[in-house]
Design a protein around this ligand. Structure first.
Ligand SMILES: Cc1cc2nc3c(=O)[nH]c(=O)nc-3n(C[C@H](O)[C@H](O)[C@H](O)COP(=O)(O)OP(=O)(O)OC[C@H]3O[C@@H](n4cnc5c(N)ncnc54)[C@H](O)[C@@H]3O)c2cc1C
Length: 448
């Protein structure tokens, strides 16, 4: 028997000796908060949570997880519907203490720590009238959002979040620390722009900011879904000609009306011609036109998208929307549960060369999403089945899916998100940077 000193230290002790941040084990204060993610249906118990205080902590945690053969999960904002951040019986790297954002208004840049939430980025940039594309709910993590692409109200104007990333500080699978940019490790830089958490733990994102001002406008009309085909067709045609500051959208809810409208980032008065076009669609059941600060726009969905509910979602990218597709969308109003939306893409998203980033499907004209939320586990099957049924009705027009809007759809889902060419290229980069698939709790790209 070897002397006690030669035995490996117990896992929590080894970690406490190696990191500055907190090490949480089951039963410890904070452990249950750390393992609770946005989707309350996710209930996994890591062996240990490391609440990292900086890049060196992340390096130590990756190294120790590897040495011990532990599944490794990385938590940014905890929003992935599949709950990828939480490894059952594994080591969870919790980046919530690494939430700093440093804006340089003169240079128009932001240095964003890997665990920052979108709200922190907007709050730091907006005092200067600056912003970059981020999602539409302020408690989403920049980490998962930017690594999968990142779309929001500025995407048609400025491209995706990853189109605005100029560099990444990354802890790699071997515990190294590298910087990836167009000049340094360009293969990794390409893969990090859309390829998800497959390639390492990003401890800092360098983002380009833009002068977008501080004002916005939301315009919506509710119409009877039963007679909504003509207005829906007309409104979606508007997306072809709408300025890039406008993001046209359509929404339908089980038992509810058809909502048509757009979000505008910029001076509200400049949106007047497009409000007039919305008003020309017909006499609405309700009409809402609201000028608001950009910061408020970015928070307006926070409550509806709150943590703590059970969730399920599915998504498609669409290029063509013939009447049969629009009828399938409108029929969602007759479903028992759930809601769905069509969000205009195009604009600056489509300007970027498809080979320039791992983010795919730049030629999609609309993103379709459907989802449901509920509280009781006994309702799981009803809600999941309903969402799947609704998404299946749109499947004939699907050309792929947004990787960040998927749950766990397995290898076929990941393939659908990237398409054959990007998937093959991602596998090659994965083989170079993470041949052992240490980072596998994500929309996983197996190493080539
Ligand atoms: C309410 C809500 C609103 C949303 N709105 C939008 C939207 O407007 N636009 C949009 O594009 N998407 C949106 N999404 C989707 C969102 O982009 C994804 O769920 C994304 O994965 C969330 O990232 P996260 O860091 O919050 O999640 P997490 O669950 O913490 O992480 C998701 C994945 O990314 C990995 N990851 C996270 N941070 C890092 C990091 N720093 N380094 C390496 N890997 C990391 C994790 O390991 C995991 O695999 C929304 C999701 C929700 C739930």
């Amino acid at each position: 028997m070897p002397p006690a000193a030669a035995l490996p230290a117990a896992l929590p002790d080894a970690l406490r000796g190696a990191v500055r941040g907190e090490v949480l084990v089951p039963g410890a204060p904070g452990y249950d908060d750390a393992r609770a993610v946005w989707n309350a249906a996710v209930d996994r118990r890591p062996a240990v949570v490391v609440r990292c205080a900086g890049s060196e902590d992340v390096r130590a945690a990756v190294r120790i997880a590897r040495e011990r053969g532990l599944p490794l999960g990385v938590r940014g904002g905890g929003h992935s519907a599949a709950g990828w951040a939480v490894p059952e019986g594994g080591l969870m790297i919790d980046l919530s203490r690494m939430g700093g954002v440093d804006v340089d208004p003169g240079a128009g840049t932001a240095r964003v720590q890997g665990g920052a939430l979108l709200g922190s980025l907007d709050a730091a940039a907006q005092p200067y009238g600056l912003a970059t594309t981020a999602g539409i709910v302020s408690h989403t993590g920049i980490g998962g959002l930017a690594l999968g692409g990142g779309v929001g109200w500025l995407a048609r104007l400025l491209g995706t979040t990853c189109d605005n990333a100029t560099g990444y500080e990354v802890v790699t699978a071997d515990g190294g620390l590298v910087h990836a940019s167009a000049e340094e490790h360009p293969d990794l830089f390409w893969a990090l722009r859309g390829g998800g958490g497959n390639f390492g733990v990003v401890t800092r994102f360098d983002l380009r900011l833009h002068d977008v001002g501080t004002r916005a406008l939301v315009a919506e009309v509710d119409l009877d879904a039963a007679t909504g085909l003509g207005p829906l067709r007309d409104w979606l045609a508007t997306a072809e000609v709408a300025p890039r500051r406008a993001t046209p959208l359509a929404e339908v809810r089980a038992g509810g009306p058809l909502t048509l409208g757009f979000v505008w980032v910029g001076e509200p008065d400049d949106a007047a011609p497009w409000v007039a076009r919305l008003d020309a669609l017909g006499t609405p059941l309700a009409r809402r036109v609201t000028a608001l600060p950009y910061l408020e726009l970015q928070r307006q969905s926070d409550v509806g998208a709150a943590h703590g509910f059970r969730r399920y979602m599915k998504s498609h990218y669409l290029r063509e929307l013939p009447d049969a597709a629009l009828e399938a969308f409108l029929a969602h109003a007759e479903a028992e549960v759930g809601a769905a939306s069509l969000l205009a893409c195009g604009g600056a998203i489509a300007d970027v060369d498809p080979g320039a980033t791992a983010f795919t499907h730049r030629d999609a004209r609309f993103e379709y999403d459907t989802g449901a939320r509920w509280e009781d586990a006994s309702d799981d099957e009803r809600h999941v089945a309903s969402c799947r049924r609704l998404a299946a009705t749109m499947e004939p027009w699907s050309v792929g899916a947004y990787v960040n809007a998927m749950g766990d759809e397995g290898a076929a889902g990941v393939h659908r998100a990237y398409g054959a060419a990007t998937f093959a290229r991602l596998r090659a980069v994965k083989g170079a940077w993470d041949p052992g698939n240490v980072f596998h709790l994500n929309q996983n790209v197996p190493p080539a």
